[in-house]
Design a binder for this molecule. Structure first.
Ligand SMILES: NC(=O)c1ccc[n+]([C@@H]2O[C@H](COP(=O)([O-])OP(=O)(O)OC[C@H]3O[C@@H](n4cnc5c(N)ncnc54)[C@H](OP(=O)(O)O)[C@@H]3O)[C@@H](O)[C@H]2O)c1
Length: 340
């Protein structure tokens, strides 16, 4: 059974580095003059790495940035303000491994009547081994996948992401709000969703931990396609697209064993892109007119691509939706799945 590029970290790293030398066909579609003045942008996992760089870039371009983070509050926000020269930056607490925190975050946004123009689902972990959350789930399953399912359902139900389909608060004629799923091209070739194991906690070591990273990106991408299909039946109501930023020199390997960390840190520093550079295609997808009312698209850095064919399988999408709903209902009395 194949688990995609992350089966072997050496191949994964080399492939990622080679990707950096490919022509970036759409890179000139984004210029420093492109703006997002006055638009409300939420970035999860914004205190570090890619999410931090996305926040700085959006703030520089006039966006009102909400950094949704579980740590470095308020220091990271102060840094984003200083680097962007914008005062329109605030931080809100969000721990995706904690259901109460997800609910509190969504309630906070709703109580302030915040309407989101751009949501970047960026937060993620690369856990080398199993770790149980308070809800009894594996951390990577909850943080990299299920919490995003929950977050989107709550924000759409409550109209924090304006929409006609579930809340009815989208103003006619306005462009659809955008949701961007930060993924990884390592999902290509990953094994199909295993519904017997799905959401169940069991112990595993580093090999499965590495496979899990690309596997849950495949699961996330399948959700993006399924959610987009459900909410955008006639025209685009909420635009939902997926992107892989390419290899980025960040802290993503922080939980790896020390020897792996030391080796990869050197490779990351020498070969990988800076977060500021890797943020550019995300900004392009988030603000460019090229993506107005576009949905179900995938960018691998600045190149348009297809995702793994499994991601587009409608039966798999429905099964994933039903299974995720079932798990959410089981662990959370406040579960509210969007009805279309
Ligand atoms: N680095 C790469 O080469 C690469 C390539 C492709 C895709 N990506 C994707 O890019 C995204 C950002 O990763 P990164 O590379 O920038 O790594 P990073 O620097 O480690 O950033 C990850 C972010 O996610 C947050 N996070 C982790 N667990 C969380 C939780 N339970 N609740 C809320 N936030 C949580 C982290 O917060 P704390 O600081 O509090 O832990 C941090 O802000 C991820 O989705 C990753 O899969 C990265």
């Amino acid at each position: 059974m194949s688990h995609g590029r992350f089966d072997n970290p050496v191949v994964a790293t080399l492939t990622g580095i080679l990707d950096l030398f490919r022509k970036q066909k759409l890179s000139e579609r984004l210029t420093d003059k492109d703006r997002i003045d006055g638009k409300t942008c939420i970035v999860t996992g914004a205190n570090s790495g890619l999410g931090f760089a996305i926040s700085v870039d959006l703030a520089k371009r006039g966006g009102e940035v909400i950094m949704a983070c579980r740590s470095q509050i308020p220091e990271a926000g102060e840094k984003v303000k200083a680097l962007s020269g914008s005062g329109n930056v605030r931080m809100m607490r969000l721990d995706l491994s904690d259901l109460d925190s997800v609910h509190e975050f969504c309630q906070h946004l709703e109580s302030e009547k915040i309407r989101t123009d751009l949501l970047v689902l960026n937060a993620g972990v690369a856990s080398p081994k199993a770790k149980k959350t308070a809800a009894g789930l594996d951390e990577i399953f909850q943080v990299n996948y299920l919490a995003n399912f929950i977050l989107l359902n709550l924000l759409i139900n409550d109209g924090v992401i304006p929409n006609a389909s579930c809340n009815g608060n989208r103003k006619p004629g306005t462009p659809a709000s955008r949701v961007i799923f930060i993924s990884s091209d390592s999902h290509q070739g990953s094994s199909a969703i295993d519904h017997d194991e799905f959401g169940k906690f069991f112990d595993y070591g580093i090999k499965k931990g590495m496979n899990n990273y690309s596997y849950y990106k495949l699961v996330l991408n399948t959700l993006a396609v399924e959610f987009s299909k459900r909410i955008n039946t006639k025209e685009t109501d909420v635009s939902m697209n997926v992107i892989c930023p390419g290899p980025v020199n960040t802290n993503i390997i922080r939980s790896a064993p020390w020897i792996v960390r030391v080796i990869l840190r050197g490779i990351f520093t020498i070969f990988f892109q800076s977060p500021a550079r890797a943020a550019k295609p995300v900004i392009y997808m988030g603000i460019s007119e090229d993506y107005t009312n576009k949905t179900g698209e995938y960018l691998h850095m600045f190149n348009q691509k297809e995702m793994d064919p499994k991601v587009y399988d409608p039966e798999e999408g429905k099964r994933l939706w039903d299974h995720s709903t079932e798990i959410w209902n089981k662990i959370d009395p406040k579960a509210r799945v969007c009805e279309f």
